[in-house]
Design a protein. Structure first.
Length: 135
């Protein structure tokens, strides 16, 4: 328990120093996500991780590896939300975000189920993007 208390104190001091001397503004203004939204997003991300893990393992075991690049569009407006979406896509088994260009993400996709960018976007990022909009 002592380590948890020390960790909380050090984390709090780090946030205060970062806000005051490096960012010069509050982290809440930069990363506008409430606690409920963050918890909801974490839950959706964990569900997506579990769902995609089976697909990735199956593809590797059967040696049926087919990769393709797909460009998907996002409706997220803030840089923070787009980067969070891109990083989450890279966490999922079988997808890696290669580039972010404004409202488009270039994703390397293992075992693509469609060539249509709109359908690919729905398969890859729909639930994650919807969860980010809630927060």
């Amino acid at each position: 328990m002592e380590k948890v208390i020390y960790g909380a104190i050090i984390s709090s001091v780090s946030i205060l120093v970062t806000e005051r001397f490096i960012l010069r503004e509050s982290l809440i203004n930069i990363f506008p996500m409430n606690l409920f939204g963050l918890l909801y997003y974490f839950l959706v991300l964990m569900i997506e991780l579990l769902k995609t893990a089976n697909r990735g393992v199956k593809s590797v075991v059967t040696k049926n590896l087919d990769f393709d690049f797909v460009t998907i569009h996002t409706d997220l407006k803030s840089d923070y939300s787009r980067v969070m979406l891109a990083n989450s896509i890279s966490l999922l088994s079988g997808t890696i975000t290669v580039d972010i260009d404004e409202d488009e993400l270039l994703v390397l996709w293992m075992e693509p189920s469609t060539d249509d960018p709109e359908e690919a976007g729905d398969v890859i990022k729909k639930r994650l993007e919807d969860a980010l909009k809630v927060g």
